[in-house]
Design a protein around this ligand. Structure first.
Ligand SMILES: CC(C)(COP(=O)(O)OP(=O)(O)OC[C@H]1O[C@@H](n2cnc3c(N)ncnc32)[C@H](O)[C@@H]1OP(=O)(O)O)[C@@H](O)C(=O)NCCC(=O)NCCS
Length: 164
């Protein structure tokens, strides 16, 4: 997969290798610092990323020789779970998230998935709108794990998109 951004800054999308685990963990932790207002600590670590690479895959976006974004995809039955969508904070709002979500959809459709499921934390007020504009709908809620000890009460909002 190869894509050109409108600014002629080349963006390369590829499937991550195990050697990318450290860089992916760094990127995810930087992007998810936005959640520090309700949860302490890093979102992930290289070991956890390697574990995910055993169950699913990460698509990564490279720009100017560095990881600029990633998204995790895991087959679950005839559907696909999508998580850890992350864009380098310095490169947000430039279309990388949309590009990764489009590539994720392409990948899931090619794998024969009927739809994509994801979940967001209720305290992230901007995210339902973000995913809605990409075609996702709210389908329900789920409890936030107590052991994660959030600083404020919260729950997961589950969103899905059917792939035609
Ligand atoms: C959420 C995230 C992946 C979006 O990536 P991004 O590259 O900044 O988003 P894009 O540039 O592709 O934005 C696509 C559209 O969403 C809009 N958008 C992006 N971030 C937004 C926000 N925080 N609030 C409202 N709209 C937003 C953009 O205006 C854009 O619309 P347009 O194409 O009509 O101009 C990125 O902000 C991020 O990494 N956040 C931290 C980690 C995170 O929250 N991940 C999701 C957890 S479920």
């Amino acid at each position: 997969m190869r894509h050109e951004s409108p600014k002629e800054n080349e963006v390369w999308l590829r499937v991550a290798h195990p050697e990318d685990a450290d860089a992916i963990a760094r990127l995810v932790n930087q992007a998810f610092q936005v959640e520090r207002f309700f949860i302490e600590g890093d979102r992930t670590n290289p070991g956890a990323v390697r574990e995910l690479l055993g169950k699913g895959k990460f698509l990564v976006a490279e720009q100017a020789g560095a990881l600029a974004g990633c998204v995790y995809l895991e087959p679950r039955g005839d559907r696909c779970y999508l998580g850890l969508l992350s864009v380098d904070p310095e490169r947000q709002r430039s279309g990388l998230g949309r590009l990764l979500m489009g590539a994720a959809e392409e990948d899931c459709r090619a794998a024969g998935a009927r739809g994509i499921d994801l979940q967001i934390v209720s305290l992230r007020a901007e995210l339902p709108g973000y995913y809605r504009q990409l075609g996702y709908e709210i389908i329900g809620t789920a409890p936030f794990p107590e052991h994660a000890q959030p600083k404020q009460p919260c729950y997961f909002i589950k969103m899905s998109k059917e792939l035609g």
